[in-house]
Design a binder for this molecule. Sequence first.
Ligand code: HEM
Length: 238
Amino acid sequence: MKTTKNYHVFSNKRKQWAITIIIYLVVFFFFIWYHDVRGKPFTLFTTEKCTAIASTFCLALALLLGPLSRFFPNLINLLPYRRSLGLTAAFMTIPHIILVFIYLPLKFPEKYSEIYPFSWFVSHWFTIIIGFLCFLLFMIIVRYSYPGGVRKLSKHKWLILQKFSYLVMILIVLHLLSMGKIPKNWLTWIETHDKPLPPGSFPTMIACIMPLLLKVVDLAVYRDSANKAYMTDMEDKK
Ligand code: HEM
């Protein structure tokens, strides 16, 4: 069995934040363009979608970095980006949630509040509960991503909590599936090719599945890194 070192940071440098924000914005605007090509021009509706999608991609990148750095040790210097990407992903779900609750019922009254206020949310309660759970778990992980966090929990418990990020990703998959657009919209697109690009949920789902699959391979090769990890603040090392 191969062994590996695990690096964790509790603060990020300005450069890491700047690059993370650029990554977020590139994904966000790419999907704004993507939706535009699919006939949905830039509005608060596409903004609501693309903030959620960009968060998902940032979380996916954060989750990919750990396993990838074990397979490609040159990537070990990128590990501090897991924290900045993860925090960005978590906080940028807030505009998604605000827009969902405030903007969607105003923009689409026939869909969201025709029968009674927020009727869509009531009939799609599972999607909403999963979204809430996902956000709650995200925030618990965020709460312990600061220096005091690891002191409050033991190192081992802290490492286990970090692994719950994979559960966040699984909840995003359930959140997407529970909306009932998959595979219906995908099949419609495959049959008709009515739009130049597949539904936005398709690349988003790939972004969710990739880190989960890679983690399975990682576990098969390296077993659970939490059992043999040691904590090093990269800031202190430099
Ligand atoms: C209280 C919490 C949440 C609620 C009520 C909520 C609600 C919704 C709703 C109603 C949609 C469909 C909107 C549409 O058709 O455009 C949606 C889509 C989505 N949500 Fe959430 N959500 C929540 C949290 C989250 C979190 C934490 C994430 C994590 C990244 C997330 C990721 C997504 C994604 C990726 C989509 C698909 C966007 C698309 O249509 O392509 N949501 N959410």
